[in-house]
Design a protein around this ligand. Structure first.
Ligand SMILES: C[S@@+](CC[C@H](N)C(=O)[O-])C[C@H]1O[C@@H](n2cnc3c(N)ncnc32)[C@H](O)[C@@H]1O
Length: 230
């Protein structure tokens, strides 16, 4: 990790540890089982918007949205798939890309991966993966910075939960995933189709009914696919 990225992640870790030690209220964090993956407990925001507003007020500047402080349908389906099919993971070197809370990385570690790395561009996500891995008593190496223009050497299994939520990101993510697959990595994506799922570049491996509290979704359950490049 580059020094500025490492320093930002270290500062975020100190801040999250302080928050957790201080206890929680409606604008704080709470350690809770993940609804669709109860084997994994995560530090999540009671109300991510309140949390975000308070952390920005404390910092005195804008912060990235705290995606790491929520569970995402795509990550939940992918984590469930790994725990129910541990042969996909056992003994392999795994990269959880855009890891957020680290749910998928932690599931991979619990399922028997030889080595798990989680990557996210948000220093708070890097810190959150560290504290969540600790809470679940698994080893996950965490790295910050943007890997999407790099190669994925040394990765057997590349995991990406809910990474196609934005057109600009999908336009970079999809070629990266295709390159990783062409280079020999197995690639699995968890996605609830937020409008950027290409019709012909990914094949469905499994589909899960994932509980959701997302405001834009009417049903309390969202159908989520696990896919691989076709
Ligand atoms: C919707 S969240 C999903 C988190 C997690 N994969 C899950 O399913 O729970 C998307 C995450 O992608 C991260 N992200 C966005 N662009 C990224 C990039 N270029 N490289 C790595 N992470 C990125 C965000 O910081 C955020 O944590």
């Amino acid at each position: 990790m580059l020094a500025p990225v490492r320093d930002a992640a270290a500062a975020a870790l100190t801040e999250l540890e302080r928050e957790i030690a201080a206890g929680h209220g409606p604008d704080g964090l709470r350690l809770a089982p993940t609804p669709f993956v109860p084997e994994v407990r995560l530090h999540l925001a009671e109300d991510p918007i309140l949390w975000w507003a308070r952390m920005e007020a404390n910092a005195g500047h804008r912060l990235p949205p705290p995606y790491w402080a929520s569970v995402w349908a795509g990550g939940q389906a992918l984590a469930r798939h790994l725990l129910d099919h541990p042969h996909l993971v056992a003994g392999r070197r795994v990269l959880d890309l855009a890891a957020g809370s680290g749910l998928v990385a932690i599931a991979a570690a619990l399922a028997g991966a030889a080595h798990v790395t989680a990557n996210d561009i948000d220093p708070y996500a890097v810190a959150a993966v560290t504290i969540n891995a600790r809470a679940n008593r698994v080893r996950v190496a965490v790295t910050g910075g943007d890997l999407l223009d790099r190669a994925t050497d040394g990765t057997d299994l590349l995991l990406a939960g809910d990474v196609l939520y934005d057109r600009a990101l999908a336009d970079r993510m999809l070629p990266f995933l295709a390159r990783a697959a062409a280079g020999g990595a197995e690639v699995l994506v968890g996605d609830p189709d937020r409008g950027h799922l290409p019709p012909d570049r990914l094949a469905t491996v499994a589909s899960y009914p994932v509980p959701t509290t997302e405001p834009a979704v009417d049903s309390p359950v969202r159908r989520v696919q696990v896919l691989r490049p076709s």
